[in-house]
Design a binder for this molecule. Structure first.
Ligand code: VGL
Length: 196
């Protein structure tokens, strides 16, 4: 990856959890485990250059309108305190873990959570953490490219940050055929760099 880390740049590692990244996970994203070595190299490069690394962790209650069992669209996944919610054991942890989806919100973006019932948005601590580090540019890797990675990158742009999503370091759910292309197009339109 030709990303240059250093002052003002942060690495965001999105939802590298067993339910998404491990074969057999309840919302396994095809090929999720394949990106672990590359993500670790990125974490090492960021750390070496002094860039902060932040991790998001989906952390749902057992019952949430996000799940198909309660009116949502997703199989139950990343239920707090279960093995599926734990980080993939292969991923190096070298920074703060920020939980999302904690109170029944959807938790797609690492920056903000939307309550499925009221539609109300609330911010996670990520925005303030980045501001405290004077971050102006983020690299977003992890899962999944058409959901949490995309929403995080779009929120970063909305906050005025430069954002980059290296495609080799994500994988896509592709709930519907073409979701990958649509996600890439939407990110490009928002000014996200999406290198192949
Ligand atoms: C995600 C679907 C549902 C993700 C989370 O991490 O991209 N996808 N919840």
């Amino acid at each position: 990856m030709d990303t240059r880390y250093g002052a003002g740049v942060a690495l965001l590692v999105i939802d590298m959890q067993n339910d998404f990244a491990a074969v057999g996970g309840s919302l396994y994203v095809n090929g999720g485990e394949e990106i672990v070595p590359g993500v670790n190299r990125e974490i090492a490069a960021a750390t070496l250059a002094g860039s902060p690394v932040f991790y998001s962790q989906d952390w749902h209650p057992p019952s949430t309108p996000h799940f198909v069992t309660d009116g949502g669209i997703w199989p139950p996944h990343c239920v707090r305190n279960t093995p599926g919610a734990q980080m993939h054991p292969g991923v190096t942890i070298a920074g703060e873990i920020i939980r999302k989806g904690v109170d029944g919100g959807d938790g797609y973006s690492a920056f903000s959570v939307r309550d499925a019932r009221s539609g109300e948005r609330s911010a996670t601590v990520l925005g303030e953490r980045l501001a405290a580090h004077a971050v102006t540019s983020v690299v977003v890797v992890g899962l999944a490219g058409d959901y949490c990675v995309q929403e995080t990158a779009l929120d970063a742009r909305a906050l005025g940050l430069a954002a980059r999503v290296p495609l080799p370091l994500t994988r896509f759910v592709e709930l519907a055929a073409g979701d990958r292309e649509r996600a890439v197009a939407r990110m490009l339109a928002a000014g996200v760099q999406v290198p192949e």
